[in-house]
Design a binder for this molecule. Structure first.
Ligand code: SME
Length: 158
């Protein structure tokens, strides 16, 4: 497969995100990624709106699992560790949460504000090992643009 021009995608995403609003920007970002990247079946945001629990946010794809506690699944691992999870074969992950049976590989990028986990971007593919290290770096750069362009507040609980 030809490699993706992530620098171009980054400029396009910057142009698309012309508000600071998190809801608009996360909806636009998930729709943009679904259009721009090949072989995806689900792209979306999960937000930490309750302590150590991810709530489903704007997404593209089939209706998905909600809520996801931090201790479960690939999204939970990204939230707990605040590190990107790049999974070649989700069926090899014992506690993978199968929302859509079509998913075979997955990339989950944490979104951290002032050291606190705001949420994660979850991307699923029907193709095993869909995401290379280059894809991971490119998508992390797109998430950095989303963070820079959006007024994200540290999650507030209680
Ligand atoms: N597969 C994810 C759950 C979210 S959905 O795929 C949309 C996980 O194991 O965290």
């Amino acid at each position: 497969m030809p490699s993706v021009d992530y620098a171009l995608l980054n400029r396009q995403l910057e142009a698309l995100l012309d508000t600071r609003d998190w809801l608009t920007n996360s909806a636009q970002t998930s729709a943009f990624l679904m259009q721009a990247l090949s072989d995806l079946n689900w792209v979306g945001f999960y937000l930490q709106r309750e302590r150590d629990v991810l709530h489903l946010g704007p997404f593209q794809g089939k209706p998905a699992c909600h809520p996801i506690p931090f201790e479960k699944g690939v999204c939970g691992a990204a939230a707990r560790t605040q590190t990107t999870q790049r999974i070649d074969d989700v069926h090899a992950v014992a506690d993978h949460i199968a929302c859509d049976a079509a998913s075979n590989s997955e990339l989950v990028v944490p979104i951290v504000v002032d050291g606190a986990l705001w949420g994660v971007l979850d991307i699923d593919s029907p193709r095993t090992a869909r995401f290379s290290q280059e894809d991971q770096a490119g998508i992390e750069a797109l998430v950095a643009t989303f963070i820079a362009r959006t007024a994200l507040e540290r999650p507030a609980f209680d």
